[in-house]
Design a protein around this ligand. Structure first.
Ligand code: PEP
Ligand code: MG
Length: 743
């Protein structure tokens, strides 16, 4: 009845004040309370009295409490109900003379929660020392849920007012993660897998809603049973997980809670959501991994039910904010690129590691990314103000004004540093003792090419050709590829460009090729292995490259070469395409350079036979590191476990440098390591003279180079490498500090 009356109140329309006044009057009457008040959270963690029946009307919009202050603040801070027969004797009680509340002794309040987050507080008060029972608290919770949906949907507060109360219902939060890409950005949250939004909260027909719930439950159980029947689910851990999950769908306690919620007048979807919110409020604080797992099972089950009950609406891209911070569990590079780049400011992932492709793409786009941010998906609401602070590996959710000021200052300081690096643009990349270092740039999209000019890079040391393949819905034909490569060469305007042939497979999935079903994709059928097994595909790419070159110099690099024979096979395909072009009278490349990526450790012991066949070698430390240490570059639990400045990697690279040098073959490093000043210092010290990196890294690395005495560094690193095994990071930092090297 109460819910129906509330809905009628809403339906009547009228001003915000009238609607809220009606709501508190209705609730007070129904609950036989002398006071009913609604406090809503406003920017700056302040709970403001928005409407009251019973307290002094002049206190509306005047009475404000900080979160944690007074009983109302306490309810908001902990997100849990409070019922007191003698409120004034409670240590948290804060007396506000303007409200005239001294005559009321008992108080019951519940948080206005939406998706587990506090939007405000609903309170009733009585003169007598009344003991509010559990049923009354539950009624208040149900009303609070209706209020939450109305606040979120903008039904209570007019759009104007919503703007004024930016930050409504949002508790500030700091989440620590790890830096996947540096930089700082401010924007509004977009959940990569948007949570299901409930449109209908109040039931028209309770019986019908009960039936809808039972039907959805049967359907979801059926789905899970089907999963359990699958062949690969017959034993092992996955079955156990699924069975535990299935148990929830049979859990009587939980089902009863949902049924009771529906019986109180909620729709089936609101009932499911309400029951889940209850459980989350109770268990959400737990750090016990078992409970957290169960909670996520239950979340999954609730989501499945909600999907059934609501039919998920597709996201309309035009409805996304202009300053998007995308929040996801994890995502692939193509998924990231689905977002409008002009509006994308930053990314926060619950998982992810610095070497994953999503991070590399984000770095190329100069977008800060914080990874391994615990539970961020469930702690952020779409539209929340978010600061992604990649530099300090933290995410600030709904930050307060003063914090925003500081962050803006940090963004300005960064812009200032950039100006400083921009000033280095035309200065030579030469050490203090006159060693010339070639600084090149990694690119993968046409838009990256603009950075050639603004960084002053010598050329493109690694053009990752797969990125355009990944964002398409079908395989690009030769002409489309040739057009693209030709544009790249046009923009490079004579500066060298090294095109790497398709490096798909592993974590770089082409939607139209499908997953390859490898159990261990990084070590599976990927890169040159696919190219050699599907020569038509590789040949078409080589044809496009020759066509695009149209008489200009061409530099081709083959990825993931593990054996010399693979290079020879690839080279044969290239020769066939050159021959084809010649027969057709096309302009031949003015100069042809062929090289390999050194990513698989085995190649180190084949250099003697490899070197006569290549013009250059580029070290891909991202893959090399994962194969050297047997540590998946995309596994967030292993991120940072093995240091790229470990003697193992540096000694291996030193060995390669020494072997390659007498041959005259060029050697470069193009993995992420090359773009970090301390790592770059170590690479130079062991004899590397060409580095290729994401555009944003060129300024800082050049500043390091120009402050470096390479001779001194070489001596230092050589002797440090002779020491017992310990990463060189700390010693190199101290060395840089002692010698005023900018790192
Ligand atoms: C590497 O492996 O270091 C590399 C540069 O290639 P990618 O990151 O594209 O695999
Ligand atoms: Mg690689």
């Amino acid at each position: 009845m109460l819910l129906k009356r509330l809905r009628d109140t809403m339906a009547r329309g009228g001003s915000v004040e009238e609607t809220l006044a009606d709501v508190v009057r209705t609730v007070a009457n129904e609950m036989v309370a002398e006071v009913c008040s609604i406090y809503l959270l406003r920017a700056g963690e302040v709970l403001e009295l928005f409407a009251t029946q019973g307290l002094n009307p002049s206190a509306v919009h005047r009475t404000r409490l900080r979160v944690g202050e007074g009983l109302v603040g306490d309810i908001a801070a902990h997100g849990r109900p409070l019922a007191l027969d003698d409120a004034q004797s409670h240590p948290q009680f804060a007396y506000r003379p303007e409200t005239g509340e001294e005559i009321y002794h008992s108080l019951a309040g519940v948080p206005i929660l939406r998706a587990g987050r506090v939007l405000g507080v609903l309170v009733v008060q009585n003169r007598t020392r009344r003991q509010y029972d559990e049923e009354e608290i539950e009624t208040l919770q149900t009303i609070a849920m209706v209020l939450a949906e109305m606040v979120a949907a903008g039904h209570i507060v007019s759009p104007n007012e919503v703007e004024q109360v930016d930050g409504l219902g949002l508790l500030p939060l700091r989440i620590d993660g790890v830096q996947l890409t540096p930089g700082v950005a401010i924007g509004r949250a977009v959940l990569h897998e948007p949570r299901i939004v409930i449109q209908r909260v109040v039931a028209e027909d309770v019986d019908q809603e009960q039936t809808r719930f039972e039907e959805a439950l049967v359907a979801v159980r059926h789905d899970v049973d089907r999963l359990l029947e699958a062949d690969d689910m017959q034993d092992g851990e996955q079955r156990e997980i699924l069975e535990t999950f299935r148990m929830f769908a049979d859990d009587r306690g939980w089902m009863e809670r949902v049924r009771e919620a529906i019986a109180s007048g909620l729709t089936a979807e609101a009932g499911v959501q309400r029951s889940f919110d209850d459980v989350r409020t109770r268990l959400g604080q737990s750090t016990d991994p078992y409970i957290r797992e169960r909670l996520s099972d239950l979340q999954d089950l609730s989501n499945r039910l909600l999907l059934r009950l609501t039919g998920r609406a597709a996201v309309d891209p035009s409805a996304l904010p202009d300053d998007m911070i995308v929040i996801a569990r994890d995502m692939g590079p193509a998924e990231l690129l689905d977002y409008d780049r002009a509006r994308l400011r930053g990314v926060v992932l619950e998982e992810g590691s610095a070497l994953s492709h999503v991070a590399i793409v984000a770095r190329a786009l100069d977008i800060p990314v914080v990874g391994r941010a615990p539970d961020v998906l469930s702690r952020v609401e779409p539209g929340d103000a978010i600061v992604v602070d990649g530099d300090n590996a933290q995410v600030l959710v709904r930050p307060a004004e003063d914090i925003l000021h500081t962050v803006h200052a940090a963004i300005d300081a960064r812009a200032e540093r950039r100006r400083k690096y921009a000033a280095l643009r035309d200065l030579p990349s030469t050490t203090r003792d006159q060693a010339r270092i070639s600084l090149q740039m990694n690119a993968g999209l046409l838009i990256d090419m603009q950075h050639l000019d603004d960084t002053g890079a010598d050329g493109i040391g690694l053009y990752r050709t797969e990125i355009p393949f990944m964002v398409r819905s079908e395989f690009p034909d030769v002409d489309a590829q040739a057009w693209l490569y030709s544009r790249v060469l046009d923009i490079a305007d004579g500066r060298p460009v090294t095109f790497r042939t398709l490096d798909v497979g592993g974590d770089k999935v082409l939607p139209y090729v499908g997953t390859f079903g490898d159990e261990n994709p990084a070590m599976g059928w990927r890169a040159i292995r696919i190219g050699l097994d599907r020569p038509a595909m590789l040949r078409r790419q080589l044809r496009a490259l020759i066509q695009a070159t149209n008489g200009r110099p061409l530099s081709v690099m083959f990825p993931m070469i593990a054996e010399v024979s693979e290079l020879l096979g690839a080279r044969r395909l290239l020769d066939l395409e050159l021959e084809r072009a010649r027969r057709r009278g096309l302009a031949m490349p003015e100069r042809l350079r062929v090289g390999v990526m050194f990513e698989v450790p085995a190649l180190a012991w084949q250099l003697d036979s490899l070197l006569p066949h290549v013009d250059f070698i580029s070290v891909g430390t991202n893959d090399l590191l994962q194969f050297l240490f047997a540590a998946d570059r995309g596994n967030s639990r292993l991120a940072g476990r093995y240091d790229s400045l470990s003697p193992a990697l540096l000694r291996l690279l030193h060995f390669v440098v020494e072997r390659v040098r007498p041959s005259g073959v060029d050697l470069a490093v193009c993995g992420e390591m090359a773009g970090r000043p301390v790592e770059a210092l170590a690479l130079l010290a062991i004899g590397v003279r060409t580095l290729s990196m994401s555009p944003g890294a060129i300024g800082p690395v050049k500043a390091m180079i120009r402050s470096l005495d390479l001779n001194e560094a070489t001596g230092f690193v050589t002797s440090a490498l002779a020491q017992p095994d310990r990463p060189l990071r700390e010693t190199l930092r101290l060395f840089a500090a002692d010698h005023a090297i900018e790192i």
